[in-house]
Design a protein. Structure first.
Length: 180
């Protein structure tokens, strides 16, 4: 009853600040008035996940689970690998794995997705943040703490597929259900 479509989601804290957020629960009364799975905070676009071919259907399965395939913790870093494939619609994703590497004495985070698509797809790598965002180029943004401008985090992404970064409000995609 309390599930979200959020396999592979993460939060990231550094410099005494949370940079990647999980929005958490919403007003439970919405679940009685609207289709529960139409509520933004339960859908994948409100989490730090990989979203494929977004539309009114969440594109995720709640009957399957992602699972950890490897976990290694050392004093200076952590590696976690997970299988996410069972959670995606098979017509959209044939393989999906996510790895987290906390490195640089646990001050830097690498998130790596390995995904195979059976057909042409639109994929979105989403990260929810409350920081001020400055776009540096098509693959780099700088996050700045609005309360302390000295605190900054650089976010970079690399991909074997063409694409670019965008910044926007945390809200449903235009193709998603629109619950007020």
């Amino acid at each position: 009853d309390h599930s979200h479509y959020d396999v592979g989601s993460f939060v990231f804290d550094a410099l005494g600040k949370r940079w990647a957020h999980d929005l958490g629960k919403d007003d439970y009364n919405l679940y009685y008035k609207y289709n529960k799975w139409d509520v933004f905070r339960l859908r994948p676009e409100s989490h730090n996940v990989l979203l494929v071919n977004p539309d009114k259907d969440p594109g995720y399965s709640l009957t399957d689970s992602g699972y950890i395939t490897d976990y290694q913790s050392k004093d200076r870093g952590v590696i976690v690998k997970m299988e996410m494939g069972p959670n995606y619609d098979r017509s959209d994703v044939s393989k999906a794995r996510r790895g987290f590497f906390l490195t640089d004495d646990r001050r830097s985070l690498v998130v790596r997705d390995e995904v195979s698509f059976p057909a042409q797809s639109d994929a979105y790598w989403i990260m929810v943040t409350a920081a001020d965002v400055e776009i540096v180029d098509s693959h780099t943004v700088i996050l700045t703490d609005s309360a302390n401008k000295e605190k900054k985090v650089k976010v970079e992404w690399l991909s074997s597929s063409p694409g670019q970064g965008e910044v926007g409000p945390a809200q449903p995609f235009a193709t998603s259900p629109q619950v007020p």
